[in-house]
Design a protein around this ligand. Structure first.
Ligand SMILES: [Zn+2]
Length: 370
């Protein structure tokens, strides 16, 4: 942007088309106070040039500041006062996915206001005048601001109960040649709007309270629903548990242990890694011979059980009766005993490491003793 406005020797705002062309325009840069040359050519857009090209980057804002000053002068010069912009806003609140909103429309007691306490020198973003709006309870102090900016920036409106801003975008290059152009531009492109609404007649407070109440109500409802869900989940879980107890088969009683075939007492008398030798001698008479685990020799046992006169059935050379165990003990080796029993085993012989097998042999081959 080029410089389109300047000040004359009296400090009055002058536009490039309002002054004689050339170095005799009598204008100065409002930023650097350098003398300016009014350029009113046919090729380039009309503008002020710094003499000797002394323009600084910050000089560009000088024109904007002067346009802003002109806007302030225009606003201050409105005989009927400023038209009060309509006030409407929507307050909202959010709770999870839900938005609550409450629209507020203000009914101003007046259509126009006459601002006072003008301060045209106030920098951008600061209030340049003040007016009041009385709602019967409170006289709201409203700040007036002027903003010539492409994008709205924050205003220093904290000290006011409300703020109205005259907002206008900067003109295009070469758009403004004269003050007349500038006034028309401000009128056409400028807009008086609310920047911050006052809590006039408590309208904002009521809307805020309404929105907050809706939000709280929603949250309470959500909470109640969450509790209900949790509770019904718990119920469902309990019902399922109860049903599963009802429908579940009676806890399976441990099946009566298939009684491990009990081993005959003599099964444990055998020396490890040796065998039982069963000899079927005759009906009701069967003997098992084994190497002893307890002593150097053998046991000779009537199986399946001791029969009457068992202790007199074997010669003393073979073994010695041991009444407490109902068996014979023998100092002979297994082989020697096998040699003795083999020829006498008319009903057969059974050799096995499993005592039950040998016992079963005795029962089936020899028959249970009567
Ligand atoms: Zn300058």
């Amino acid at each position: 942007m080029t410089t389109f406005a300047a000040v004359d020797a009296q400090g009055k705002v002058r536009f490039v088309g309002d002054v004689p062309r050339g170095a005799g325009c009598g204008c100065f840069c409002p930023i650097c106070q350098s003398p300016l040359v009014s350029k009113q050519g046919t090729v380039n857009s009309w503008h002020f040039a710094h003499e000797a090209s002394q323009e600084r980057p910050e000089c560009v804002v000088g024109s904007i500041n002067l346009l802003r000053r002109l806007a302030i002068e225009c606003l201050a010069g409105m005989q009927d006062g400023l038209p009060l912009p309509p006030g409407a806003t929507t307050l909202d609140a959010h709770a999870s996915w839900k938005r609550f909103s409450e629209s507020v429309e203000f009914r101003w007691p007046v259509t126009h206001v006459l601002p006072a306490d003008w301060n045209p020198q106030a920098p951008q973003g600061h209030e340049i005048a003040t007016f009041f709006l009385d709602d019967g309870t409170k006289n709201h102090r409203i700040g007036l601001f002027v903003q010539i900016e492409q994008t709205a920036t924050a205003l220093q409106a904290d000290a006011c109960d409300g703020a109205v801003v005259f907002r206008c975008p900067p003109p295009a290059e070469g758009q403004l040649r004269t003050q007349q152009d500038a006034m028309q531009y401000l009128a056409a492109s400028g807009d008086l709007v609310w920047y911050a609404l006052p809590d006039f007649a408590g309208a904002l407070s009521r809307a805020r309270a309404t929105v907050d109440a809706q939000k709280q109500e929603f949250l309470a409802e959500q909470d109640a629903q969450a509790r209900a869900r949790a509770s019904s989940l718990k119920d469902a879980r309990n019902r399922m548990l109860a049903m599963s107890r009802l429908s579940a088969p009676e806890p399976v009683k441990p099946a009566p242990d298939i009684e491990p075939q009990s081993l005959p007492a003599w099964a444990s008398w055998k020396k490890r890694n040796t065998s039982f030798f069963g000899f079927g001698i005759g009906t009701g008479e069967c003997w098992v011979v084994m190497s002893s685990a307890d002593f150097d020799g053998c046991y000779i046992i009537p199986i399946p059980m001791a029969f009457d006169g068992w202790d007199e059935s074997l010669p003393a050379s073979i073994g010695t009766p041991m009444p407490e165990r109902e068996c014979f003990t023998s100092a002979l080796s297994v082989n020697e005993l096998i040699a003795w029993f083999m020829p006498r085993a008319k009903l057969g012989i059974r050799i096995d490491g499993d005592a039950n097998v040998v016992e079963q042999f005795a029962i089936t081959i020899c028959g249970a003793p009567n």
